[in-house]
Design a protein around this ligand. Sequence first.
Ligand SMILES: *Cc1c(COP(=O)(O)O)cnc(C)c1O
Length: 423
Amino acid sequence: MTSTADRSRLMGTYADPPVTFVRGRGSELWDLDGRRYLDFLGGLAVTSLGHAHPKVAEAICEQATTLLHVSNLFGTVVGPEVAATLDRLVGDGVPAGGQVFFANSGAEANECAIKLARRWAGPGRTTVVSAWDGFHGRTLATLTATGQPAKQEPFRPLPAGFVQVPYDDVDALESAVVEHQAAAVLIEAIQGEAGVMVPSPEFLPEVARVCREHHALLMVDEVQTGLARTGRWFAFQHGAVRPDVVTMAKALGNGVPIGACWARSAVASAFGPGDHGSTFGGQPLAAAAARATLQVMEEVDAPDLARRRGARLERALARTPGVARVRGSGLLLGAELAVPVAPAATAAALAGGLVVNAPRPDTIRLAPSLLVSEAEIDEAAVILAGALASVLDSGAVPGSGPAPSPRPDGLERETRQAGRGAL
Ligand SMILES: *Cc1c(COP(=O)(O)O)cnc(C)c1O
């Protein structure tokens, strides 16, 4: 048994955690018992510069002893600077000519986008089209944009004005945009929570065409893919696409909560004073963390690091027995398994000292620090290979969760061989 903290006064929104962490540095974590782990999940694509990055930590400390918060009734200096940097990164190095609203999370960044779309399109045109299996957050509006009926069902009635279509299906999307005279399309460039699902290369450019032709806003949710993770500053930059709105959050503060909604000026100007707001949004502490994070990311050329380290990790995964295919881009990767034992394999990896997760029964997601070393990639690959081998050898079968006891009829052997046959 590993040590845990008393969680009895926490609401039960999360499954019981298998490990309790107390400390991190770079790509390493330590639990309550002092045991070391390699973190290849990065707090769900959040700690892109690793844990306790000295420059981010120093910026947070300095800001904490200078000014934390004064409200948005008054000006501060850090937020506007971060907004200018984000505008330049959205423009891939050249100012994109947009404006930023600061929020505190990905869901809030998307709430801002949804409200902005309604304000921009005016009364009557309110529909936001998004994709099945997408993920946009847990607030009521972003949950409604999230095309996952099981997550929505307990919380009906949901806000009106949301329609979902299959991901990577331009015809379905165009029909929905036309039928509902959509105000906007809200879409991920790669569906992260769905299991690192990568659409065909033409998809996003085609979505942009549909939006242009039918005067709907193209709103790209880059909360998970944004800020260098996929090998470009934003995943939409892999195609020749110019979104009207870009939302981001996860990696922006390297662990300090901050979200942002960028919109090109003609769209952003639909908001006037009083239309939207946030007590904490853009406050100096979170902004200082974001400023330091972006500074380091630019200094190290984080997109290039994501591409190079990502290529090494992808090669290592592709060679791993039990892995049928690797999806994703840069350092947002999904290892698709030949048999759906991802939850058991993830648990075995954790027991072996590697943190990853299973967004789908057949997929292990990896989103390590962009500063991960080659040696750490190689170490993680060895742990993962061992974890997969142990799960497949123990005869874990589809949907089994924790490994079941061996079956006497030899079926597990067939499953195992089928799993390895795909190599
Ligand atoms: C994580 C995520 C969100 C929600 O972000 P929160 O900070 O949890 O509200 C929204 N969109 C995408 C694509 C995400 O991956």
